[in-house]
Design a protein around this ligand. Structure first.
Ligand SMILES: [Zn+2]
Length: 342
């Protein structure tokens, strides 16, 4: 995706010029200074991609963890469709918070660059944050709706107004196309490359509550899972409970090393799988699981995590919790005897 340096220079010089010309043209046409997010007939879409959206917004009235930003900068027909969607939801007593709408190329590039710093390479970063030329937020046709229950409402009701969820791994992300209203939603796309290649920390500092455990900084989970984790930790802190993270994200390679070691110790893959899951089955590889220690901290999560989307899943692993925003509203699924089903 890299923009060669000389092209970037050309962009840096030309774009401000184009914007100035567009602004002057807009002033000429309307008599007041409006930038390009005001609909100008015949305006090239390239300009739309330079239109920024808000960087933040007021706190979402349903959940202050999220924001409800003004829908500025969206393509005009998309803005109209968003207003219709919100009105329809309101009639059914559902409030939608706009976590994120329009982004400019520059805003998306900043997020992408930060993700590259966090994950190490553009390929890994691209699993979680799209480069500007691929982002539908930059094109002004995408919205992220929060909280989870509001996004679920949009998934059920949005297509009649042209809004469809487009990715299997992003419950909050919807894209507008008037054709969806008649043709229905296309099948959501699977994750492009999968989060399995993103590694997590190998270890961390000693857990201050119990030195048999570590407290690693979760790195590499899906961004919504990481958000969910931070909320869980913050809630525990308000109740004087400290959570230590014994293990969180693992890459396929990390999990494979553990599995191979277990096969060596126990003799066969079948026996090894009772203790360590192969990579394709591990929720740590998918980036949705956190192992919490010590026992009392894990017990606190079992009692309080559900409201924030965290559930214990296995009877034989008191420490293992998985995140799914659907748990917040639907409750925890029945616990399984073990991760291997045996
Ligand atoms: Zn686990």
């Amino acid at each position: 995706m890299s923009i060669p340096g000389n092209n970037r220079t050309v962009f840096g010089v030309l774009l401000p010029l184009i914007l100035v010309v567009a602004a002057v043209a807009a002033v000429g046409a309307t008599g007041r200074l409006e930038l390009a997010h005001v609909q100008v007939a015949g305006q090239p879409t390239a300009i739309l991609e330079e239109v920024p959206g808000p960087d933040a917004g007021a706190a979402c009235a349903l959940d202050a963890w999220y924001v409800d930003e003004p829908p500025e900068g969206l393509r005009p027909d998309v803005l109209g469709a968003w207003q219709r969607l919100r009105a329809e939801a309101g009639e059914q007593g559902v409030r939608l918070c706009l976590q994120d709408g329009k982004r400019s190329t520059g805003q998306q590039q900043r997020e992408f660059t930060e993700a590259v710093r966090l994950f190490g390479t553009p390929e890994l970063a691209g699993i979680y944050v799209l480069p500007p030329e691929k982002s539908m937020h930059v094109k002004g046709i995408a919205i992220d709706v929060q909280p989870a229950a509001s996004a679920a409402w949009v998934e059920r009701n949005g297509h009649a107004l042209g809004w469809c969820r487009s990715h299997q791994d992003e419950y909050r992300h919807f894209e507008y196309d008037p054709a969806y209203a008649t043709a229905g939603c296309p099948a959501p796309l699977p994750v492009a490359t999968g989060p399995g290649e993103v590694p997590g920390p190998e270890t961390g500092p000693v857990c201050p509550l119990d030195k048999r455990y570590v407290d690693e900084e979760p790195q590499g989970p899906r961004p919504d899972v990481l958000d969910g984790w931070k909320r869980l930790r913050a809630k525990a802190e308000t109740q004087g409970v400290r959570l230590c993270v014994q293990d969180s994200k693992r890459s396929v390679a990390q999990q494979q090393r553990e599995f191979t070691e277990a096969v060596r110790r126990f003799g066969t893959p079948e026996l090894a799988a009772r203790y360590v899951l192969p990579p394709e089955k591990s929720m740590h590889v998918k980036g949705i699981a956190v192992d919490i220690q010590p026992t009392a901290s894990a017990a606190w999560v079992e009692g309080n995590g559900r409201a924030l989307g965290w559930c214990r899943r296995y009877e034989n692993e008191y420490w293992h919790f998985e995140y799914d925003p659907a748990y917040e509203t639907g409750g925890c699924p029945a616990m399984l005897p073990s991760a291997t089903g045996s």
